[in-house]
Design a protein around this ligand. Sequence first.
Ligand code: ADP
Ligand code: FRU
Length: 429
Amino acid sequence: MARILGIGNATLDIINTVDGFPAEDTEVRALAQRICRGGNAANTLVVLSQLGHSCEWLGVLADEPDAKRVVEDLRKNGVSCSPCCYSAAGKLPVSYVTLNARNGSRSIVHYRDLPELDAEHFSQLDLTPFDWLHFEGRNIPELARMLARVRKEHPAMMVSLEVEKPRRGFDALFPFADLLLFARAYAHAQGYGDARQFLDAAAQRLPNTDLVCAWGEAGAWARSRAGATYMAPAWLPARVVDTLGAGDTFNAGIIDARMRGLDWEQALGVATELSGRKCGQVGFEHLLDNSMPSGAGGAPPESGRTARAPGSVLLCSLDDLDDPGARGFYIEDASGVAAIFVVRRGDNVFGYLNQCPHMGVSLEWTPDQFLNIDGTLIQCSTHGAQFRIDDGYCVYGPCSGQALAPLALSVDGAEIRLHGAIRVVDGAS
Ligand code: ADP
Ligand code: FRU
């Protein structure tokens, strides 16, 4: 176990889950809403704490209810806020997040009304007890002073720096860090469409720094200071429900693995598994349940979850469906909101997650249109993949040989029921 100080933001996240992003100047009703702690540094620390480290957060707090709520949340997650600085004015940063239930992607509007952390406060903190400092890359002039202090007073301290977006003067600070954790958005802003090329170019300027670049569902790359490049594919959850904070989780995985002395291949494996698991669930709780975080990543779970949890919900009646015919629903279970659909053929009904194995998109081109023209196969409207109705197996298209994730359905009299601790959010009769 190491003692880690994370320097950056904690936020209040107001997360609305919607059925696809709304177009500009339109209204939609959210399928679900969640209000919780967020912020890159805070999220990373929460995951590091789950990984067994002793974590402290240094950021700015105000004396107001949202800040108290976040402090309480961090405390419950094993992260101490005692190094924090209090501002007399302002309120905790708020992020308004729109989460697309169809594919787990998110868009964020930030509202910021709190002074940034200043180097003066940081200069008063005793850093000797810490094994690792992790900085969020923000407020560059103050960050420059903080990093300069660390290097002057603690030259051997391990320092990681998150580089999420371009900021004026940011790259001059890169050589202060032992480990740079780049986000895809940063590489894109530098004109790179490929993580490997981005890291090759960055390594020319930063020969003494370890460089990592996460690339969403494509996985992640690392370039060690020894000059070798490594890559790990994304670890795919059974379904992607929430990508908010995937990068923060990935960064925690890398920091933990490197602190434990794992090599780069193993570190990428651990971090992609951890962040993949995060994408498969809502929020950050219990990420390690059933996981194997100590090695080079685990095998993806089998697609589909057919195990029956107690209970069932009524979706609709057999008579509500044409024969052949299909209908889409939104359900909510412990791992969040998901799009599903059922298909009727004769007296049989089959149910699947509404997610094409090819790119994770939803299948239908217009509400409830899941079948091909003659009603013999399920069809994805994006790239034309076709699936057998009775087992979801892909017989044609870019995901041939893969299958839709099946659901545990039963037909009781004429009632079509879905098994599990589930609530139907939208679409039920
Ligand atoms: P950010 O949250 O900063 O946008 P990324 O989207 O690059 O970060 O994700 C960080 C890591 O999380 C990726 O390298 C990958 O391992 C994992 N990840 C992100 N999106 C997915 C996804 N859809 N499926 C599985 N893993 C994902
Ligand atoms: C996720 C996150 C959210 C927060 C936002 C801040 O990475 O930290 O929790 O709202 O990003 O930029």
